[in-house]
Ligand binder design. Structure first.
Ligand code: HEC
Length: 155
């Protein structure tokens, strides 16, 4: 009982001191809500390049030799956790190039540890995978690039 009273007093005091020296008329009422626009821009996943070594990827016509190499890398290093058309340990990768930017895919492939800590989409995917983290397969940039080419054929 005594504890409760003291807590109440402290609360009342701190509340009172809060209101005291508040500067008045700082934010104009009815200022335009510019934030709405910014938020919708960020929420378009195709504009998110992710975090990692890849800042820009130029895509040309699909290169079938790279696709074949990509398929081999995929079978060797990714199929323990991924299938193209079905969710497995990780998400199904069908249509991945339609829903993520090329840079994001390569950064996720090469730098998953940092991505699942800092990138909003990867954080969400980690939660959906019940906390099972994507493993870093120590890929070279070239391996990540041929994988991307392979994924471009899997829509
Ligand atoms: C140990 C299992 C594991 C391995 C091996 C693995 N991944 Fe993943 N991957 C995951 C999980 C789980 C996720 C979801 C994010 C998370 O939980 O970390 C994921 C997410 C992804 C995503 C994002 C999917 C989406 O819907 O946006 C891509 C792209 C991806 N992985 C590509 C690869 C590639 C390419 C390889 C092979 C080099 C690979 N992964 C190897 C488990 C794995």
């Amino acid at each position: 009982m005594k504890m409760k009273l003291i807590t109440l007093m402290v609360l009342t005091l701190s509340l009172a001191s809060c209101g005291g020296d508040k500067p008045k008329n700082e934010a104009p009422v009815g200022a335009p809500m510019q934030q709405t626009e910014v938020t919708s821009e960020i929420s378009d996943p195709m504009l998110n390049k992710g975090i990692g070594p890849i800042s820009s990827v130029t895509l040309g016509e699909i290169d079938q030799a790279m696709v074949a190499e990509g398929e081999a890398v995929f079978k060797a290093k990714c199929t323990a956790c991924h299938k193209i058309s079905k969710k497995f340990v990780g998400p199904a990768l069908k249509g991945i190039t339609q829903r993520r930017s090329a840079e994001w895919i390569m950064n996720m492939t090469m730098n998953p540890e940092e991505m699942i800590k800092k990138d909003p989409i990867a954080i969400q995917l980690l939660a959906e995978a019940n906390g099972a983290p994507m493993a870093n397969q120590n890929l070279t940039e070239e391996e990540a690039r041929v994988l991307l080419e392979y994924f471009r054929t899997k829509n």
